[in-house]
Write a protein that binds this ligand. Structure first.
Ligand SMILES: [Ca+2]
Ligand SMILES: [Ca+2]
Length: 164
């Protein structure tokens, strides 16, 4: 996995290690209130979603999710628990974007086999082949019965019971 992304030259990496410590040092995994992979802030209490790390917004109370050592060279500088890979090895996503119903990889490889095996659509989602690029095999039920086709088989308009 570490071989997928080109690494800087050895000297650069050695310098980075001396200054910033090894990749993701001290970063702690946690589970967010929404039950997805998160990053534990230094207060030991705030668990922020993986995709909130190095997004340019200080999400932790003290902003350590935007720390230079963490964000200097994403995704390499991120702890591995925050990163997942797409079918195309040049693309990556945050680990909490896997199986969240949204097509983050662009080719649905974060939502569909053979790259990713996700549980069936969760509550609030309807299973079909989506016609909308944003979704893959599950569409939010609030798109059911809205007189707009979202499933290739039209099941969102004819079979889906509608929003809950
Ligand atoms: Ca952030
Ligand atoms: Ca996704």
């Amino acid at each position: 996995m570490n071989k997928i992304f080109p690494q800087g030259d050895a000297e650069d990496n050695a310098a980075a290690r001396t200054k910033a410590g090894p990749r993701g040092e001290g970063a702690q995994l946690c589970v967010t209130p929404a039950n997805s992979t998160g990053f534990l802030c230094h207060d030991g209490r705030s668990c922020i979603p993986a995709h909130g790390v190095c997004d340019g917004v200080r999400t932790c109370p003290h902003g350590e999710d935007e720390d230079q050592s963490l964000c200097r060279d994403v995704p390499q500088s991120l702890p591995s628990f925050l990163v997942a890979h797409c079918g195309n090895p040049a693309s990556w996503i945050y680990s909490d974007q896997k199986c969240d119903g949204i097509n983050n990889c662009g080719d649905c490889s974060d939502e569909l086999s053979p790259v990713t095996s996700c549980p069936l659509c969760g509550p609030g989602w309807w299973r079909c082949s989506s016609t909308v690029f944003r979704y893959c095999s599950c569409i939010p039920k609030n798109l059911c019965r809205d007189h707009v086709q979202h499933c290739s088989d039209w099941s969102d308009e004819f079979s889906c019971p509608g929003p809950e």
